[in-house]
Design a protein around this ligand. Structure first.
Ligand code: FEO
Length: 408
């Protein structure tokens, strides 16, 4: 066998074929089993997938999103028998979905890219696509594919400003891109293990959509009146029971937190850890659910998931020089950026001889509006009897607040 033939054989062996969803509607895309980090920030413990979809109408053929540029070969393999693409829908400009659009346009030069007005600007800025190749679609606009109709619904800030979803009217399929997605590498075309998908989808929501919860509320209201049989996101499996993920989102974006305290902490010589463990015990005795995360080893996705439900966050940090430990600074930054619906916040920890930690931590979370700051418990050296009494008082105040909010 020639080298060229061997290469072709390998190419065919190692790419997953496109998969039929219903007649003339296909899943295409890549399963990225080994990717462990997204945006050089977000851990992907279960890998991810980049889902693209192909709709063959009686007159027009549409490709919905593309694939991460690292897997362009896979998409091209799946498109090998597709002679013409009339439209490429770009629901979202982030490169894991749009990165292969320039290559697809080279293969199908007469195709038009459909995007929101903002999406058009961003495709030009980020992917250097020529403006003539992009057609703006308005909110509620429909295009006919012959025997099928695709309707566009603008859903901004999921999680970039230009995002939209599309709805295949006759077949009642919502193509939602990041919205409702889950970072999960799986060969399951549809959700099979609901527990696994729930956690992956909650992790995804927590990491990128939680700061936009109020806008996501409006976006859910925009799609709720549609009769939906399938939700086909661009990451993770397809939902054949759409209420499973829509109900989960309704819970995550609600203004009401749960009876949960999250304690991200870092300890250098054990004093802060001793205080954290004491507070965890005191809160548990009062019937409060507590999640304790050592910031030196934490999976920030797990921390973000816990923040979705938390009513209270207590940051544990020693003083390094005059201020908080750098890992606590990172946690405070994330907290401020993710904007969870917490109602109470405070700091506990230990210092050696001088500290400005409390003031510095408070100044790092200006985005947490309407959050009550509880009296911190900050001790010199190792915690002593009066320190533990102060932690008991802190636990009592947290439990009282949770009762006042009808959480406990
Ligand atoms: Fe899956 Fe925001 O990209």
């Amino acid at each position: 066998m020639s080298i060229r033939m061997s290469y072709i054989l390998l190419f065919f062996l190692f790419h997953m074929n496109k998969r039929k969803i219903i007649d003339n509607v296909y899943w295409l895309g890549g399963i990225d089993w080994d990717r462990r980090l997204f945006d050089s920030l977000i851990p992907l413990p279960d890998g991810t997938s980049y889902n693209s979809y192909l709709i063959k109408g009686s007159e027009k053929t549409v490709l919905l999103d593309t694939i991460d540029p690292s897997m362009t070969d896979t998409l091209f393999f799946q498109l090998k028998d597709v002679e013409k693409i009339d439209y490429i829908v770009s629901h979202h400009t982030e490169q894991d979905h749009s990165g292969a659009i320039p290559a697809v346009l080279k293969k199908y030069p007469s195709a038009k890219v459909l995007a929101t007005k903002k999406g058009k600007e961003m495709l030009i800025d980020h992917l250097l696509i020529s403006p003539e190749q992009i057609q703006i679609v308005e909110d509620g606009e429909e295009i006919s594919l012959g025997d099928k109709t695709l309707k566009f619904i603008h859903t901004p800030w999921v999680h970039w400003p230009e995002t939209m979803v599309s709805y295949l009217v006759e077949d009642k399929i919502l193509f939602s891109c990041d919205f409702f997605g889950s970072h999960l590498a799986t060969t399951d075309l549809y959700v099979k293990d609901e527990g696994l998908v729930y956690e992956a989808a909650k992790r995804y929501f927590a990491e990128i959509m939680m700061p936009f919860s109020k806008i996501i509320r409006k976006n859910i209201d925009k799609i709720k009146h549609l009769e939906i049989q399938l939700i086909a996101p661009s990451h993770g499996p397809i939902y054949d029971k759409p209420s499973f993920i829509v109900d989960a989102y309704e819970d995550w974006i609600s203004d009401t937190p749960k009876n949960v305290v999250v304690i991200p902490y870092v300890s250098m010589h054990g004093s802060t850890r001793t205080m954290v463990e004491y507070l965890v015990g005191a809160l548990a005795k009062k019937g409060v659910t507590v999640y304790q995360f050592d910031l030196a080893v934490v999976d920030i996705g797990k921390l973000a998931i816990a923040l979705v439900d938390a009513a209270t966050v207590i940051l544990g940090t020693p003083t390094v020089h005059a201020g908080p430990h750098p890992l606590a600074v990172y946690a405070a930054y994330l907290l401020n950026a993710l904007k969870p619906k917490i109602k109470l916040i405070s700091v506990i920890g230990s210092y050696g001889w001088f500290t400005k930690t409390i003031d510095q931590v408070v100044s790092m979370v200006p985005g947490l509006k309407e959050v009550e700051i509880l009296e911190p418990v900050y001790v010199k050296g190792h915690p002593k009897e009066e320190s533990f009494k102060s932690l008991d008082i802190m636990a009592e105040k947290i439990a009282e607040k949770h009762k006042e909010l009808n959480l406990l």
